[in-house]
Design a protein around this ligand. Structure first.
Ligand SMILES: Cc1cc2nc3c(=O)[nH]c(=O)nc-3n(C[C@H](O)[C@H](O)[C@H](O)COP(=O)(O)OP(=O)(O)OC[C@H]3O[C@@H](n4cnc5c(N)ncnc54)[C@H](O)[C@@H]3O)c2cc1C
Length: 491
């Protein structure tokens, strides 16, 4: 198929899917004068696997050497730290430990160490019993030794996606939310017509980053050559009061089902325990008693003192595993100009910025012109009131008293921060979208107290009735009707 001249298409690149892969690509493209648009079917970005995962910046010893997963994990790790620092995304370099409880475990961590060396992972070491327990005093005393990787860390995965998309939009890119791609067809003169929402988008290049739907989207334009096989992982989110137990990512040995159940700090100061691994049909994010019991048992094997009475939430995410052993990345053989970023299971979050940079190179090779974008946003800062020093808080308060009204008491999130989120390039449309931008509702009460106030603010800022403000996805409403009419209400 012929790639058309730039002037005949409205957009240069359409990206389908607003997870970390799509958002990282949009941001990488925004370095250049490229007309790019990202199309997402949900009402917010990071609505799929990118919002519900372990949030680990993997060091890169886990994937088999020579695979795309190994290449992009190793390259993505330093890029994650670079982008998080530049765009003010919550993250922390914590280091990680893979624990060995027996001789088989020791052999596994020795293999992982050797793989890490081959993959070019720096700062790894096998810690023997004394050193291990001196470093992690609350570990199960049965752990004999561990593989330490100093470059592992934790990140807020949804903020990583949203921050990049916001910066890209500020730099001139576009994002269409609530817009589902229904078809992709080749245009007569070259390029593609993408049926999206109620209309269509014309573009020279299409990149499919549709996560669990990547197989279906690829099937719109090329013969099926891979199938997505979703695998769910379940978690406990623990209250911040449990965070004293460890500040390191603690894995058990990986097995055929994944990287091993972990206990880890989160970028927001909690602990998580999970995931398990279970094949499911589609985007099935249910939590099950069996899955949670498995996670609980595994986590207690790592830290026996972990107190599940302090679990504040369960959640699950669904991995876009495929029938290919590796990531599926590249240009279609049948539809030149159409690219896949598919089968992006773990370590997809860590790999996403490296995949994005490589995809830009692939697009350039396919004919995309890359002139520098003078509007490129290389830095941004977010106001997080509770993290500010006293003098900075006072200055802010004197400028805007809304920073003195605390809406979320668990996480100390102010009205000023929530209102600021509505001024950003991609304002929130749901309670969870506010949570993902400001942290309101992330704490111990999980929005029980602040939820109604946040709902009222969204209603006011967007000018929609409270009944039309969703908790999360469209159709998930908190208010479904009035219990009393004002006429019938007692005074
Ligand atoms: C349980 C679990 C734990 C994990 N832990 C880690 C970890 O610790 N570290 C790590 O590096 N990786 C981890 N991963 C992997 C990582 O989360 C994923 O690889 C990554 O989030 C995938 O991003 P994505 O953009 O490819 O897909 P997604 O985040 O799923 O995004 C795809 C988007 O496409 C949209 N979409 C789908 N169809 C259409 C359509 N027709 N039109 C428009 N939009 C569409 C969806 O709504 C979605 O928003 C984990 C994954 C899971 C599930």
């Amino acid at each position: 198929m012929k790639i058309p001249e730039k002037k005949t298409c409205l957009y240069d690149v359409v990206i389908i899917g607003g997870g970390v892969c799509g958002c990282s690509l949009l941001y990488a493209l925004s370095r250049y004068n490229v007309r790019a648009v990202l199309v997402e079917k949900e009402n917010d970005l990071a609505a799929g696997a990118s919002r519900a995962n372990s949030g680990i910046i993997h060091a890169g010893y886990d994937p088999e050497p020579g695979t795309l997963m190994a290449k992009y994990n190793a390259a993505g790790n330093p890029l994650m730290y670079e982008i998080c620092a530049a765009l003010d995304v919550p993250h922390k370099k914590t280091g990680s430990l893979v624990l060995a409880f027996d001789q088989a475990g020791r052999q596994t961590i020795e293999k992982l160490y050797a793989q890490g060396v081959q993959n070019g992972v720096p700062d790894m070491k096998i810690l023997e019993y004394g050193e291990l327990h001196a470093r992690e005093p609350r570990l199960n005393k049965d752990a004999r030794c561990a593989l330490f990787a100093g470059t592992a860390g934790v990140v807020s995965p949804w903020e990583f996606a949203i921050a990049q998309a916001e910066a890209a939009v500020q730099g001139g890119a576009e994002v269409l939310l609530d817009t589902e791609v229904r078809g992709v067809t080749a245009r007569d003169g070259g390029g593609f017509s993408v049926a999206a929402g109620a209309g269509s988008i014309e573009a020279r290049f299409v990149v499919n980053a549709a996560g669990l739907n990547a197989g279906a989207v690829s099937g719109m334009i090329e013969p099926a050559f891979f199938t997505i096989r979703p695998k769910r992982g379940q978690y406990f989110l623990m209250d911040a009061s449990q965070a004293f137990l460890t500040d390191t990512v603690l894995f058990q040995c990986p097995n055929e089902n994944g990287k091993g159940t972990l206990v880890a700090p989160t970028a927001h100061g909690n602990l998580i325990a999970g995931p398990d691994s279970e094949r499911v049909s589609g985007d099935d994010r249910a939590n099950t008693a069996g899955g949670l019991a498995f996670v609980r048992e595994a986590a207690l094997r790592t830290i026996p003192a972990l107190d599940f009475a302090y679990s504040i939430r369960n959640f699950s995410g669904v991995r876009a595993d495929s029938d290919h052993p590796d990531f599926i990345i590249g240009e279609s053989e049948h539809a030149p100009g159409f690219f896949n970023i598919a089968g992006i299971k773990s370590p997809g979050l860590t790999s996403s910025p490296a995949i994005a940079r490589d995809m830009v190179v692939m697009l350039e090779k396919a004919g995309l012109l890359l002139a520098p974008n003078p509007r490129f946003v290389s830095k941004r800062k977010v106001i997080r009131f509770k993290q500010l020093p006293r003098e900075a808080r006072q200055k802010l308060l004197s400028e805007n008293p809304r920073y003195g009204a605390i809406v979320c008491r668990c996480e100390t999130v102010t009205e000023g921060e929530i209102l600021e989120a509505f001024k950003r390039p991609l304002p929130p449309r749901s309670l969870d979208a506010v949570k993902r931008r400001c942290g309101a509702g992330m704490g111990r009460c999980q929005g029980g107290f602040c939820g109604p106030r946040v709902l009222a603010l969204i209603s006011r800022e967007l000018g929609v009735p409270p009944r039309e403000v969703p908790l999360d996805r469209k159709g998930m409403y908190l208010i479904t009707g009035e219990t009393k009419t004002s006429k019938g209400a007692r005074t």
